[in-house]
Design a binder for this molecule. Structure first.
Ligand SMILES: N[C@@H](CCC(=O)N[C@@H](CS)C(=O)NCC(=O)O)C(=O)O
Length: 218
């Protein structure tokens, strides 16, 4: 059985939702392992032995590890083609991968600079600057995501949620921590509310004890 190592509210929500969808569609279950990131469990010797990067998500298949969301999503889609997590037509699949990669390598790291500036600079002044600059950049990234989803009649790629929907939800939740009011992105917020209500997404949210209202009004 596939095992998923995830941190509540982290980007590991993306494969977490996918595994819930796979379970619902195929009956194939997975074993979730919660990694408490605030307790630095990702740096324990046991975890580092499986994933030297000390990050989530990590998929375990037998005694092998798979890291990096884009690779994990590609693997899950190819292992369960009948679930249709990504389009099967070549060009449409490549475009979907392009959007997924952008969320992972552009939007996501700009938030990391807001949430963990100490990973990128030593002095407090530089960290404060990184936070301020990247919070504004992250807002632009959320606007781009909103542009992609605003006309979706149901979910990002069709009539069932997939990786992209889970990433959009994660990024908007993170926006609240970066001081971005979700009400200022009404089309993205409406989309994410719809995504959160999908049963597979709701199951993953329940396991992670996630709420959408991360924004604190001043
Ligand atoms: N590019 C990596 C990013 C993974 C990542 O940044 N994970 C974060 C959570 S969103 C993490 O584990 N952070 C813990 C830490 O930095 O100690 C991927 O796609 O898996």
């Amino acid at each position: 059985m596939i095992e998923l190592y995830f941190g509540p509210g982290a980007c590991s929500f993306v494969p977490h939702v996918a595994l819930e969808i796979i379970k619902a569609r195929t009956g194939e279950d997975f074993t979730p392992h919660m990694v408490k990131l605030h307790k630095q469990e990702q740096r324990s010797p046991e975890y580092l032995a499986m994933n030297p990067d000390g990050l989530v998500p990590m998929l375990r298949v037998g005694d092998q590890s798979l890291t990096q969301i884009v690779a994990i999503c590609d693997y899950l889609d190819r292992r369960y083609p009948q679930v249709g997590l990504l389009p099967s037509e070549n060009w449409a699949r490549a475009q979907a991968m392009s959007q997924l990669a952008w969320m992972n390598n552009t939007a996501h790291p700009s938030f990391t600079h807001v949430f963990m500036p100490h990973k990128f600079a030593e002095t407090e002044a530089t960290q404060a600057e990184l936070k301020r600059f990247n919070a504004a950049l992250f807002r632009k990234h959320l606007e781009r995501v909103q542009g992609w989803v605003k006309d979706c009649p149901a979910y990002w790629l069709g009539d069932q949620p997939t990786f992209h929907d889970a990433y959009a939800l994660t990024l908007l939740r993170w926006g609240g921590f970066a001081g971005i009011d979700p009400d200022s992105l009404p089309q993205l917020k409406a989309f994410v509310d719809r995504v959160a209500a999908a049963p597979a997404v709701a199951s993953a949210m329940e396991r992670e004890r996630l709420r959408l209202d991360t924004f604190k009004k001043a």
